[in-house]
Structure formats: C-alpha cells, structure tokens
Design a protein around this ligand. Sequence first.
Ligand code: CO
Length: 211
Amino acid sequence: MQPYDKLLLENKAWAHQKVEQDPDYFNRLAHLQTPDFLWIGCSDSRVPANEITNTQPGEIFVHRNVANLVIHTDVNLLSVLDYAVSHLKVKHVIVCGHYGCGGIKAAMTSHDYKQVLNMWLRNIKDVYRLYSEELDAIEDEEKRADRLVELNVKEQVQHLAKTSIIQRAWKHEQRPQLHGWVYGLSNGLIKPVFEMDENTQIDPLYTYDDL
Ligand code: CO
C-alpha cells in the first residue's frame, strides 16, 4: 500500500459514514454553497481551517498560502477574495496566522532561500521593517517572532482594506467585517488581534472614490 492509498481509503470511509448519518448530506452540499466566512490562512498542515473551528464543508471558503499573506499582485488570492466577497457575499473575512510560523521565522533570518521563496518572504521582511522599533526591542527570539506573527496578521488585514473589492462591498453593502486572528499551535486556541469594518478610517491615499 502506498502512503497516499491511506487517504483514499479514509475518504471512502468518511463518505460512507456521512451518508449513514445523513442520507441527504452530499446531495444538499452539491447544490448549495453559502459560506459566511472567507478564511485566509497559512498553508501549514497543523492549521486546518475547518478542523480548528469545528465547522463543516460548506461553511468556510478557504485560501491558504505561506504565512497568510495578502499581496496586491497575487491574482490567485484576489480571485478568491473577489469571488467570496462579490459573489458569495461573505459577511466576514478572517486572516488567521499562527504562532511558530515557519514562514515568519524564515523571513527573520538572512538565509538565502533562493527565488521564488525569497520573493515571497520579502513581503514579511517589509512588515518587520514597518515595526522594527517595537520588534528589535524584544530580546527573546521566540517572543519577537510571535509578535511579528501578530503584526503580520494586522498588516494583511489592512492590505485587504486597501483593495477596491473590500471598499466597494463596504460602501454598498456594509460588509464584510475583517478579522485578524492568531492560532496557538501549543494550546489550539485562536486569539483575535485586529478588526476592521466599513466604519474604519483608512489612509485617503488608498481609498477609491468611484466605487
Ligand atoms: Co505558517
């Protein structure tokens, strides 16, 4: 048996169990997707969105990448955001980072991870630079990395607010609310660290007037 065969076997068992509990389960899901939440999380295998929030298929629209970044030239993320906000009409967008994030720690070193990783991590280095005074004052390396995880989440939520996608939805539909959360690998708990909604003032330089 190949390692991936276990996944296929488990999938069969899972599908069977679901139908046994609720014969209409897949029929219902196949015809309807009305999630209230968009989750932008880290690709880290220890932070599965549905599992840590005890939600079911159909409840959360998910995008994950290394260190949960919102980058304005990332067509992948922006497509997910646009679809979730403009078409699925999600009420909440959650950026969820996690303590002990390998992407965050990597960005704090001078190690050459070669392109393309250097390009990606560069975005986190820019967040560090923005808050370098606060971060440099934290002596403990682990604590400094954890604080950068929190600040990174805050920064990515602000990036969301700078998109015309979010600004248009705020203006016309007073949603979605934006949330910055951090998940603790050591205790399984999520800590909310930042929030924005349609009433939050943002830098006029980043606002669009023809939404
Ligand atoms: Co991570």
